[in-house]
Design a protein around this ligand. Structure first.
Ligand SMILES: Nc1ncnc2c1ncn2[C@@H]1O[C@H](COP(=O)(O)OP(=O)(O)OP(=O)(O)O)[C@@H](O)[C@H]1O
Ligand SMILES: [Mg+2]
Length: 465
């Protein structure tokens, strides 16, 4: 900002200086030309003066020659010179119109020259008349010499005047010339100094710009580096998120496998042993009907068999692998309603083909967890269960009319924080299948809805059995 102002001031000063110098140079050149013209003019006046003197002297000599020789050629020459005298006198007068002093000298000179010409004319007329006496011509010559002296004194005065003027004008010419040289030198020096000043300003500006460019490049590099690091950390976060998701999916799968294994073990070993023990006990009890301990043992065994079956069923719903999701869900819902006393309306569609095994397990776990949550938390006496199939997806909706999920728990769950394992586990299972998991909850109850897409290969891929 400051350097821009300085540059502007420098420019204005440069322009102002150049303008002043140009005006000075112009007026000095005009004065110089005028002085030169005046010097030339003075030389010209001096020339006119010389011509006048020369014409008068020539005419005087021609007159004397004619008076002495009587030669007509000399007379003719005399007349020519005399005729020329007014011309040169007029030139002299014209050349000195700007000088009143010289004009007065011109008047004197003209009067004296006229007097002298009259004397010459008388002398010539006397000669031509042939009446010339030895005394007449010398007398006129004497008078002419007197007038000639006066003419000389006037022309001398005029010459001195012109010499004085010439000196003045030559001095003025010299002064103007020196002044012009001085102005040109000053202009040159000022131009050089301004150029240097501008060069310094330009150099400073360039340095400042280079520095700013370097800083900007550094900042840009830092920004690129920061962006790269942000990308890297973003990728790392995404990778660790994916890894965590894969791990939890794997854990859920392992838990399902474990549950299935335990369920089979319970059903096939302990359940079978208990059933065998009951049969053996019943056969032992034959004939001991009066002994109540046998019937109590049989009842205990019956209870154990039922509990074992229930636990086995909860760990892995019996028949899910064999009869498919819809039938297993219907059977589970009926059993749940019976056991919990919940009034459960359910509408479960039967798909035309079996769903993929992972989809069936996920849907069944969502069904189980949602009903368990209603039973444990909702304080609702009724619930609704809907399973619909569409060509490209399946939708499971479980709705209750209970107290709703507490707002802080719901917010924590939605902002990816943890609440319990149940809701988060359901969401994880459905995400793993590329589906969507939605929870809406408020004072009027809670609605859990999952939508699982079916790709071409997946959709109803397996036949039941
Ligand atoms: N249908 C519902 N009605 C009211 N509150 C519910 C309902 N479902 C869940 N909640 C609330 O949301 C919380 C989290 O549920 P989530 O199933 O994740 O965990 P949990 O049931 O407490 O424990 P678990 O991990 O054994 O399932 C519950 O503690 C409960 O307060
Ligand atoms: Mg739960």
């Amino acid at each position: 900002m400051l350097s821009r102002l300085t540059a502007r001031i420098a420019f204005v000063i440069a322009i102002g200086l150049l303008l002043v110098c140009a005006i000075l140079v112009y007026s000095t050149v005009l004065n110089l030309a005028e002085s030169e013209r005046l010097v030339t003019h003075t030389h010209q006046v001096q020339e006119f003066l010389g011509e006048t003197e020369s014409a008068i002297a020539s005419a005087a000599r021609a007159r004397l020659s004619y008076v002495l020789s009587g030669d007509d050629a000399a007379l003719e020459q005399y007349q020519r010179y005399v005729a020329h005298i007014p011309v040169v006198l007029n030139n002299l007068r014209q050349g000195t119109t700007d000088n009143s002093k010289q004009q007065k000298h011109c008047d004197q000179l003209e009067a004296l020259v006229n007097d002298r010409i009259q004397l010459w004319e008388k002398s010539v007329a006397l000669k031509r008349s042939g009446l010339s006496t030895p005394d007449g011509q010398p007398d006129m010559t004497r008078q002419s010499v007197v007038v000639a002296d006066e003419i000389v004194s006037v022309t001398d005065a005029m010459r001195r005047e012109e010499a004085k003027l010439l000196e003045q004008r030559t001095t003025a010419l010299h002064v103007h010339f020196v002044f012009l040289i001085f102005i040109l030198s000053i202009t040159f020096i000022a131009a050089v100094m301004l150029l240097l000043w501008h060069y310094r300003l330009l150099r400073d500006e360039l340095h400042a710009r280079e520095r700013a460019q370097k800083i900007a490049a550094g900042a840009a590099n830092a920004a690129v580096e920061a962006e790269r690091k942000a990308h890297a950390s973003e990728s790392a976060a995404l990778a660790s998120q994916n890894a965590a998701r894969r791990l939890s999916a794997r854990l859920l799968q392992l838990r399902d496998d474990e549950r299935r294994k335990f369920s089979r073990e319970l059903h096939d070993s302990i359940g079978q042993y208990l059933a065998a023990a009951k049969m053996t006990l019943q056969s032992l009890a034959n004939g001991h009907e009066s002994d109540r301990r046998f019937s109590e043992c049989v009842n205990l065994l019956d209870q154990s068999i039922r509990e074992t079956r229930t636990i086995s069923h909860l760990l892995h719903p019996s028949g899910l692998d064999e009869i498919g999701f819809s039938a297993a869900a219907t059977s589970y819902a009926e059993g749940f309603a019976q056991r919990s006393g919940l009034q459960l309306d359910f509408k479960i569609s039967e798909p035309t083909k079996r769903l993929p095994r992972e989809t069936e397990i996920a849907l069944f776990r969502v069904l189980q967890e949602s009903l368990t949550n209603i039973h444990r938390h909702a304080k609702s006496t009724s619930a609704e269960l809907i399973f619909e199939t569409a060509p490209k997806n399946v939708v499971l909706t479980v709705r209750d009319k209970g107290i709703g999920i507490p707002k802080d728990v719901l917010d924590r769950f939605r902002s990816s924080g943890t609440s319990g394992v149940g809701l988060a586990g359901m969401r994880e299972r459905i995400r793993e299948l590329g589906g969507t998991f939605e929870v809406e909850s408020g004072g009027e109850g809670t609605c859990v809805r999952v939508i699982v897409p079916l790709t071409e290969g997946q959709a109803f891929a397996a036949d039941p059995g």
